[in-house]
Design a protein around this ligand. Structure first.
Ligand code: CP
Length: 308
């Protein structure tokens, strides 16, 4: 079953083909209205369930619009409103949903929920974010880098901030697409050892540099994310802000990267915390393209999962 569960679980050639397909599909659409269908309708007659146990703007809207542009239908479901939130097992939910829909996209807290859904579904399952990874986002980010600067292979990406689930998928992408990745952040918020080991085993060891100024020197792309993720306790907010303040991406930090370096943030952002508005709205920033490219990258993922 061609599930899209994570970048490190997907064949690099398939990942490459998805990025190329996404770039081609975006170009083919040109500037037609958002609601206008694509020239071909590969999802015609297909029903896609979009399940959300966590809030979302980009993932929800981009999947919904993407399926419709390709001729398919969607149903958006909140985990809380389903029996999933009232005791029915994930496995039974997967079995039942597979009788109604052609594909399930799920955003959930625990990775175990995603994996159980995939194990018992008889239709493809896409990971729309868990506490551990966010693969669809990083497919859009790789696409965004390449549409601005060409192949990402061999380039140098620097992550400044929390070693969170978005960083995890960047680590997987570094190994699968063949670029260098540096993590700069406070030791208590280091990425999971499993992700570092995966990249190292693939010949792309992740550099850890505590000094953000040294880390970004010569970077092709500087990336950050919110300091407090959806699954982090509110009680950790002040401590995290204190730990992460030295890693804010501001105009000075960006000036130490390559002159043509890109700035990325998956959004939503807390302006003037993890990144200043000057950087977010400045000449290096491609954050709105990143957001748009969720749509195109996920359309390619959907087609790959459904084989259409
Ligand atoms: N970047 C991202 O996944 O955004 P949402 O949480 O709004 O879906």
């Amino acid at each position: 079953m061609p599930h899209f569960l994570d970048i490190h679980k997907t064949d690099p050639a398939a990942l490459r083909a998805m990025i190329d397909a996404a770039l081609a599909m975006k170009a083919a659409r040109g500037d037609r209205p958002r609601g206008a269908p694509d020239d071909t309708l590969p999802l015609s007659g297909r029903m896609v369930a979009l399940i959300f146990e966590k809030p979302s703007t980009r993932t929800r809207v981009s999947f919904d619009v993407g399926v419709r542009q390709m001729g398919g239908e969607t149903m958006v479901l909140s985990g809380r409103e389903m029996q999933l939130g009232h005791g029915e097992t994930i496995a039974d939910t997967a079995r039942v949903m597979s009788r109604y829909v052609d594909l399930i996209m799920i955003r959930t807290y625990e990775e175990a929920t995603l994996l159980e859904m995939a194990e018992h579904a008889t239709v493809p399952v896409i990971n729309g974010l868990t506490n551990r990874t966010h693969p669809c986002q990083i497919m859009a980010d790789v696409m965004t880098y390449e549409e601005h600067r060409g192949p990402i292979a061999g380039r140098r990406a620097v992550w400044s901030g929390d070693g969170n689930n978005v960083f995890a998928s960047w680590a997987h992408a570094a190994a699968q697409f063949g670029f260098d990745l540096t993590f700069t952040g406070p030791e208590p918020l280091d990425p999971e050892r499993e992700w570092l080991d995966f990249a190292a085993a693939k010949g792309r060891p992740i550099t850890i540099e505590r000094d953000p100024e040294k880390a970004v020197a010569g970077a092709d792309v500087v990336i950050t994310d919110t300091w407090v993720s959806m699954h982090d306790p509110e009680s950790a907010r002040e401590r995290r802000h204190n730990q992460l303040r030295p890693y804010q991406v501001n105009e000075h930090l960006m000036s130490l990267a390559k002159p043509d370096a890109l700035f990325m943030h998956c959004l939503p952002a807390h302006r003037n915390d993890e990144a200043t508005s000057g950087v977010m709205d400045g000449p290096h920033s491609v954050i709105w393209d990143e957001a748009e490219n969720r749509l195109h990258a996920q359309k390619a993922i959907l087609r790959w999962c459904l084989g259409v």
